[in-house]
Design a protein around this ligand. Structure first.
Ligand code: 2P0
Length: 355
C-alpha cells in the first residue's frame, strides 16, 4: 500500500514597527534596510497550510483559500521555497541513509505535493497575508520533511517567498537583519524578545477596507527604490539608528519611546511612498482621521499612550498597553461608530503570539 504523508500547521501575521520597503536584490529578496516587527496572536489572523506528499501525485499543486489553484510554473517565489526545503530534505535523507541504511529512509524529497493554504482574513489587503502565508508554507514543509533546522535558517527560505514572511517564523518581537552578503546567507530573522517579555502590549486592528490594494508592495517598493531620494536618506541616515533605539525600547519596555518610533517610522514609510514618482497612496481619509484622533489623544494624555502604524494599505494597527485599551476602543468608536460605512473593527485586542 502506498502511504500518503500529510502535515498541517498555522502561522501568525506580523506588523512592522520599523518598516521594510525596498529590495537590493529582487530574486533573492534582499532588503535595502533592516526591519523590526511584532508578531500577533493567531486567535483572529492566521494562515493555515496542509501539505500532502505522495508518490502517486503527478505534479505539485497549490490551492489558495479553498478555490483558486495557483499556477506554479511561473511562480518563482513558491518554487524557491519548494526547491530550498526539498534540498534540505535531500541532504537529510542522505545523512540518515548513511546512518541507518538507504532502504530505511523515506525519499519524501522525490514526491510531488498537494498544498492547501488559507487565510482567515482578507488576502492582499495590507494585513500581511503574504507574510503569514509564506511563513506557513515553509514551516509546514519543514514539519513534513522533519527538517532539523532552526527558525532562523527557515527564515532565509521564507524570505525568498515574501520578505516580511521571514519575521513570522518567530513570536514576540523580531528583527530582520538585512545582511551584507550577496548570496543572502546573512539576511535573516532573529528574535529580539519573546511575547512573555512584554505581555501588557496589545494591538488593535481597524479594518478600514478589505479590498485588494491598488499597488502591490512588490511593485510599489521597487518604484520607490528607483525614484525616491527620501528612501536613500532613510536607508543611510535613519533606519540604522532607529533599529538600535527600537530594540532598546522593546528590551526596556519603554512604551512611550516604542510608540514615538513606531509612528515616526510609519510616517516616513508613507512619506517615501509619496516621494515615489508617480506617487503611491496607501492611506485614505479614514486612515488620516485615525492619525489625528491618536495624535490628539496622546497630546491630551501628555505622553504617548497609543501608537498607530499603517502598512501598504489604509488599515490601521494601534499598539497600546493593556490598561489603556478600553479607553482607546471607546475613543475610536466615538469617532468611527461601527455602523459607519467602510470601517469594521476587530475590537478584541490582539495579544502577542508566543512560539
Ligand atoms: C513591512 N511591508 O515591513 C512592510 C511595511 C509593507 C509596508 O513587508 O515583495 O509583501 O513579498 O517581499 O513582504 C510588504 O512587503 O513584499 C511589507 P515582498 P512584502 O511589513
Amino acid at each position: 500500500m502506498v502511504q500518503t504523508h500529510e502535515k498541517t500547521a498555522t502561522s501568525p501575521v506580523n506588523i512592522a514597527v520599523i518598516k521594510y520597503w525596498g529590495k537590493r536584490d529582487t530574486d533573492l529578496i534582499l532588503p535595502t534596510n533592516s526591519s523590526i516587527s511584532v508578531t500577533l496572536s493567531k486567535e483572529h489572523l492566521q494562515s493555515k497550510t496542509t501539505i500532502r506528499a505522495s508518490p502517486l501525485f503527478e505534479k505539485t499543486r497549490l490551492w489558495l483559500n479553498g478555490i483558486e489553484e495557483i499556477n506554479l510554473i511561473n511562480n518563482k517565489r513558491i518554487q524557491n521555497c519548494l526547491r530550498e526545503t526539498k534540498l534540505l530534505r535531500k541532504d537529510y535523507e542522505e545523512k540518515l541513509g548513511k546512518e541507518i541504511g538507504m532502504d530505511n529512509v523515506l525519499s519524501l524529497s522525490t514526491y510531488n505535493l498537494h498544498i492547501c493554504s488559507e487565510n482567515n482574513f482578507p488576502t492582499a489587503a495590507g494585513l500581511a497575508s503574504s507574510a503569514s502565508g509564506f511563513a506557513c508554507l515553509v514551516y509546514t514543509l519543514s514539519q513534513l520533511y522533519e527538517l532539523p533546522v532552526s527558525a532562523t535558517e527557515l527564515s532565509k527560505i521564507a524570505r525568498q517567498g515574501s520578505g516580511s514572511a521571514c519575521r513570522s517564523l518567530f513570536g514576540g518581537f523580531v528583527s530582520w537583519q538585512m545582511g551584507s552578503k550577496r548570496d543572502g546567507s546573512d539576511s535573516q530573522a532573529l528574535q529580539i524578545a519573546s511575547s512573555d517579555h512584554w505581555p501588557e502590549l496589545e494591538a488593535l486592528i481597524c479594518v478600514i477596507s478589505d479590498a485588494k490594494k491598488g499597488t502591490s508592495s512588490t511593485e510599489g517598493m521597487q518604484s520607490t527604490v528607483k525614484t525616491s531620494t527620501l528612501l536613500q536618506h532613510r536607508i543611510d541616515n535613519v533606519v540604522p539608528e532607529r533599529m538600535k533605539l527600537m530594540t532598546d525600547s522593546i528590551l526596556r519596555k519603554d512604551f512611550s519611546k516604542f510608540a514615538e518610533l513606531t509612528m515616526k517610522d510609519s510616517n516616513q514609510f508613507h512619506a517615501c511612498c509619496l516621494d515615489t514618482f508617480p506617487p503611491i497612496f496607501y492611506l485614505n481619509d479614514t486612515s488620516r482621521a485615525i492619525i489625528s484622533v491618536i495624535t490628539e489623544y496622546n497630546d491630551k494624555s501628555g505622553e504617548c499612550k497609543a501608537a498607530y502604524t499603517f502598512d501598504a494599505g489604509p488599515n490601521a494597527v494601534i499598539y497600546a498597553l493593556k490598561q489603556n485599551i478600553p479607553e482607546i476602543i471607546n475613543l475610536i468608536f466615538k469617532f468611527f461608530p461601527p455602523s459607519r460605512e467602510n470601517l469594521t473593527f476587530f475590537s478584541d485586542p490582539f495579544k502577542l503570539f508566543s512560539d
